[in-house]
Design a protein around this ligand. Structure first.
Ligand SMILES: Nc1ncnc2c1ncn2[C@@H]1O[C@H](COP(=O)(O)OP(=O)(O)O)[C@@H](O)[C@H]1O
Ligand SMILES: [Mg+2]
Length: 146
């Protein structure tokens, strides 16, 4: 499914609708160039998942962890990693189970990670922002997105 994001409110709405579908154990992949809106979406998604701590970009720290009522939300940005071995060295596979994991720039780890419940590709050409949504929740999102 493809949608235009007219303004920040649309991204926030997408975050709210996603949060209603996301369950413990889900992995979410976020694609898109720098500034496309991956962290912005994550910040609002975390809020709707019940995270009260401030959400910041993990580009330098690689991994942030936040507390939602029933699980930990892992927030990763793999942009700076060199190869899949480095991703493996982070030990990500161990903390996926029973948590929710949001991964910005997941390209390097695609092979190593479980199939994502939601795959969102953000695009921004300087004028128009849009998203392409794939994964098992995309049909549901399409139904409820008006
Ligand atoms: N519709 C929109 N969705 C997401 N971000 C938007 C939107 N409109 C403007 N922005 C702004 O664009 C920036 C996106 O930055 P960020 O989410 O950090 O990008 P990324 O994590 O993809 O590098 C934010 O400063 C945000 O306020
Ligand atoms: Mg980011």
């Amino acid at each position: 499914m493809q949608k235009i994001l007219t303004d920040e409110k649309d991204t926030i709405k997408l975050a709210e609708m996603s949060a209603d579908l996301i369950k413990k154990g889900d992995v979410i992949f976020l694609y898109g160039e720098l500034g496309a809106g991956k962290t912005f979406y994550t910040r609002h998604l975390c809020r709707y998942l019940g995270v009260t701590e401030p959400v910041s970009s993990p580009s330098y720290v690689l991994l942030n962890q936040y507390h939602a009522p029933d699980y930990i939300v892992n927030h990763l940005d793999l942009y700076r990693l060199g190869d899949a071995d480095e991703v493996f060295a982070l030990g990500i596979t161990e903390f996926l189970e029973n948590n929710v994991t949001i991964i910005e720039w997941p390209l390097l780890a695609e092979e190593l990670l479980p199939f994502p419940a939601l795959k969102i590709s953000f695009s921004y050409d300087g004028e128009t922002r849009a998203v392409e949504i794939e994964g098992k929740y995309s049909k549901e999102l399409e139904k409820i997105w008006h």
